[in-house]
Design a binder for this molecule. Structure first.
Ligand code: KG4
Ligand code: ZN
Length: 357
């Protein structure tokens, strides 16, 4: 039987199975990560091989270096995930891989690796949207969380307010019109001379600073739930350069705290508008969740917690290690797609500009 027919048949058989274990690989950016997850909720292993050291020298991710490093690390990381889970390839029920969005060469390394394994082991394969993976990290941290809920997705490339209508069914309510929140953090960190990756560094430094030391303009957008961070970034750059030109030593902790406060206030403010509007329409959401690398930000977690408490809506936060890129979130997203009979053909390609909605 051809692989595709066999894969569909196997996926169909899994629908009645009490325990479905998925081995997933994530290679969209600078982490080679693999994990085994049971029933989309229980992590059996989660291995992350970070390439930070390889890219730090260049101040950012170098795509060619990333692709090569993924190719070299893929099978080792996959083997380690299986070993940590105490399983062999034959024991898992299906495979999953991030198909986009991300760096094309990096994605291709993962997609090709998993297509080869799926074909050889005659297992169904699921191609996963990376952003859907970030949202699904919440299913791992919170076994009680199920759609519908609202989610603020904040990563290096995305700042989206989405309505999660059902597993795999999203509606876009707001988005950044220019920079993503993570990108803004990374650029601001560079201005302060902090090494890559800047987001976590600026977050740590900001803990010691005074967020009221300076003021930055409030971003303006046309869309009610849209974001804009490029004006904030430019104002921050001008503030720092102005001080440097006057020969002042940059008060880095204060500057980090001011920038972090501005970004997080804006993120929480638009989410608050959305919650208020929904409540006024008699459609108060059951829950709000955070997702993506920036959801590890301490100030954002505090701001969102305080805001959601005031609005009376439960807030779900992924555990810190599940905020940034990992394989477990991809396995979780794949599980809910597999249950609906979604499997990928061997012709599946990387889709660098894949959208969530
Ligand atoms: O979700 P992610 O791991 O990769 C993408 O899908 O983009 O997000 C990475 C982004 C980077 O911009 C990184 O600087 C940012 O998330 N980030 C943070 C923090 N941890 C990661 N930004 C602010 N505070 C943090 N603690
Ligand atoms: Zn990511």
């Amino acid at each position: 039987m051809a692989y595709e027919a066999l894969s569909r048949q196997r996926a169909e058989e899994l629908k009645g199975k009490a325990r479905v274990r998925i081995l997933a690989l994530e290679t969209s950016c600078d982490e080679t990560a693999a994990a085994v997850v049971e029933n989309g909720r229980r992590i059996l292993s989660n291995v992350v091989f970070s390439q930070i050291d390889l890219h730090a020298l260049y101040g950012g991710v170098v795509p060619e270096i990333a692709s090569r490093a993924h190719m070299e690390a893929c099978s080792r990381v996959v083997d380690e995930a299986l070993r940590e889970a105490g399983l062999s390839l034959g024991d898992v029920d299906a495979l999953a891989v991030t198909k986009g969005p991300g760096l094309v060469g990096a994605l291709l390394a993962g997609v090709n690796c998993m297509k080869g394994l799926a074909f050889a082991a005659e297992k169904p394969l699921v191609g996963v949207n990376h952003i859907e993976g970030h949202v699904s990290a919440n299913y791992l941290s919170h076994p009680d969380l199920a759609p519908p809920f609202l989610c603020l997705v904040v990563s290096g490339g995305h700042s989206h307010l989405v309505s999660v209508e059902d597993y795999g069914d999203y509606r876009l309510l707001g988005r950044t019109v220019d920079d993503a929140a993570g990108e803004a953090f990374d650029k601001a960190a560079r201005v302060l001379g902090l090494p890559y990756p800047g987001g976590p560094r600026i977050d740590a430094l900001a803990e010691e600073g005074n967020p009221d030391a300076f003021s930055l303009p409030k971003p303006k957008t046309e869309g009610r739930y849209d974001y804009s961070f490029s004006g904030l970034k430019t104002a921050f750059l001008n503030l720092c350069h102005g001080m440097e030109q006057k020969g002042e030593v940059l008060p880095k902790a204060d500057l980090a705290a001011v920038f972090r406060r501005a970004v997080c206030t804006e993120l929480a403010e638009k989410a608050r508008l959305l919650l208020r509007d929904r409540a006024a329409e008699g459609r108060a959401p059951r829950a709000m969740a955070l997702a993506g690398g920036v959801s590890a930000n301490r100030e954002l977690r505090r701001c969102m917690q305080a805001m959601c408490r005031r609005e009376g809506v439960p807030l779900y936060l992924p555990e810190i290690p599940l905020c940034t890129d990992n394989g477990a979130m991809i396995a979780s997203a794949a599980y809910f797609r597999l249950l609906r009979g979604e499997t990928a053909p061997l012709s599946m390609n990387a889709e660098p500009a894949l959208r969530l909605v």
